[in-house]
Design a protein around this ligand. Structure first.
Ligand code: SOE
Length: 378
């Protein structure tokens, strides 16, 4: 059976998923065969170029025509278009893989999850960092009790692409479109990772959000924020989301957590770090060194750096000999392998929309906590 696939969205993350589908059969021969059928967007010129570049058969400008024509619908658009197309697809029993965060509002995330519960199709949310070999290795260590009882988590996700006040306005700066800023874009990853690694839900939060630059220039016709003509008179739009957030949280087992994310942290490109401390040991992961895991257990005096590139390590036997390191794009190949395998065998995928909703509830609670200046329970 070949699964026909339609993508809504074809830029950064669309290209990353298209790359994953192109590599899948080569490295995961037991993965279901996939036909990159249709790309959906609004700009026909850009779409027709993307169709060729990403190896699709055709394009369409209305998702309504597509959601029941394909076997699998990938929702890779801005957050405010996650709900309606995904719900329409699920109502047609078309499988849906949706980018994170699940939606731009809690209400939409709830509607999407309801549709997933009522559908016979598989619904997955693309928290790709669960599929880093070192993260799965870390989860195994925690499951096997190597760290003892987990007491403390700290997670930071730092980028610097908004430090420059002339960095152009984009949908990621709009509450109406994105829902939140660093919180939903980056914090969603950390919160999901922590809940996944601990196998525990966050039960209460205290949050703080901050916007450092409150308006940004809109790109001109050249696509540049500072268009050659009128460098002094560029149009600006308000930034209505956070540039950074911090949160303290408590997990169901009583463990405490400290979370932060920023897109305004000079010098940090994509630093997604999580550290977990237990009664018997600790571990630390940094996406910028994703082939490694720092582990402290037993009597060792400090942390040992473990290269997670051996054939027995998660997914590694599909790739290269030990030490021939993997990169960010492999996380998407692994998650697509798992998702499409679940689709082909009519099973649910983990993380599903329930996991996406669980994170959305935390995002919402962090914002409410910031508004009220007090802890909020989930
Ligand atoms: C942009 O901040 C972004 O691409 C996020 O949207 C992704 O989820 C993250 O993986 C990298 O940064």
């Amino acid at each position: 059976m070949t699964l026909s696939v339609g993508f809504l969205g074809y830029r950064f993350i669309g290209t990353a998923h298209a790359n994953a589908l192109a590599r899948l059969g080569m490295f995961f021969p037991d993965a279901p065969a996939v036909e990159r059928d249709v790309l959906v967007g609004r700009d026909e010129e850009a779409l027709s170029e993307a169709v060729d570049q990403l190896g699709f058969d055709r394009y369409a400008t209305d998702w309504r025509e597509v959601v029941d024509e394909v076997d699998v619908f990938y929702n890779l658009g801005p957050n405010n278009v996650h709900a309606d197309p995904s719900i329409a697809a699920l109502e047609a029993d078309t499988h849906v893989f949706c980018e994170k965060p699940l939606a731009h509002t809690l209400e939409d995330a709830e509607r999407m999850t309801e549709a997933a519960r009522d559908s016979d199709a598989t619904a997955g949310v693309a928290f790709n960092y669960r599929f880093v070999p070192a993260i799965q290795y870390a989860r195994r260590l925690i499951d096997e009790g190597e760290l003892g009882d987990i007491h403390h988590v700290r997670a930071e996700y730092l980028q610097d692409w908004l430090v420059d006040p002339t960095a152009p306005w984009s949908w990621r700066n709009s509450e109406e479109i994105a829902g939140s800023g660093a919180l939903g874009d980056l914090g969603a990853h950390s919160l999901d990772l922590a809940q996944y690694l601990l196998d525990e839900q966050i039960t209460r939060v205290s949050g703080h959000l901050k916007t450092f630059v409150d308006e940004r220039p809109v790109p001109g016709e050249s696509g540049s924020a500072l268009d050659a003509e009128g460098q002094d008179a560029v149009e600006t739009r308000p930034v209505t989301v956070d540039d950074a957030y911090t949160a303290q949280v408590e997990f169901g087992n009583g463990a405490m957590g400290v979370f932060e994310a920023s897109r305004y942290a000079a010098g940090h490109k994509n630093s997604n770090v999580i550290e977990i401390n237990g009664s018997e040991g600790s571990l630390r992961f940094d996406l910028e060194r994703l082939n490694e895991l720092e582990v402290h257990t037993g009597d060792s005096r400090g942390f040992e750096t473990v290269m997670v590139t051996d054939p027995g390590d998660p997914y590694v036997d599909h790739w290269w000999p030990p030490g021939h390191v993997l990169g960010w794009e492999h996380t998407l190949i692994h998650e697509n392998y798992e998702f499409l395998t679940a689709v082909a065998s009519d099973e649910s995928h983990s993380p599903d929309f329930e996991a996406g909703l669980a994170v959305q509830r935390i995002l919402d609670a962090i914002e409410r906590s910031d508004d009220r200046g007090e802890w909020v329970s989930l």
